[in-house]
Ligand binder design. Sequence first.
Ligand SMILES: O=C(O)[C@@H](CO)OP(=O)(O)O
Length: 231
Amino acid sequence: MAKLILVRHGQSLWNAENKFTGWVDVPLGAQGRAEATIAADKLETYRVRVCFTSLLFRAIETAIIILTEGDDLCDGRIPIIKHDVDDEDWHGWDKYKGDPEQELPVYLSSRLDERYYGELQGLNKAETAVEFGTEQVQLWRRSYAVAPPGGESLEATVKRTVPFFRDRILKHLMDGDNVLIAAHGNSLRAIIMHLEKLTEAAIVNVEIGTGIPIIYDLNANGQVTDKVILH
Ligand SMILES: O=C(O)[C@@H](CO)OP(=O)(O)O
């Protein structure tokens, strides 16, 4: 049995302005950093062995705050960021092979990035709803199959996120290692849809709060046996 902890990044400076963000790399503000600290407190009694996050700074920042605010979550290990670069000439500038007993690897991957919001990126969500209608904007934001103009549908996000979860993350859980994933509203909705076997109709209603840990127990077959949300 292993625990999978999902955390959406804390409030970013564009979340605070109610702007579509997607792949725009907007950092956390003071409130977002505080939310990550509160998440670390809530996770005081938990331990993780490996962390995955996206290439976007708000998720990396959240992961690092959670892993470093308290001493216990890493169980005495030092988090070390593993840049996941698809360049065969890249040999790792840190020249460090790693010591599994001493470190807690933090793997970064674009597969966990927020959904690409295309032409909506940078627009205010309320103003966009006035221009295109609330229903249309809700379809762009929460439906499974409808993509925002020039952007990714949740379906497209599932196609990059879920294979990464299956190929790279699940094996740690099946080995019994607890895993932290710090990512984004829609890349986490994609993973949650897969974990909970939600239908296209059910995923429409799934909202994920910033900095709120969601914890799943998984058995040795990778099936979810329990879920707790640390509000
Ligand atoms: O703007 C975004 O990138 C996301 C998350 O903040 O927005 P939404 O909640 O509309 O999917």
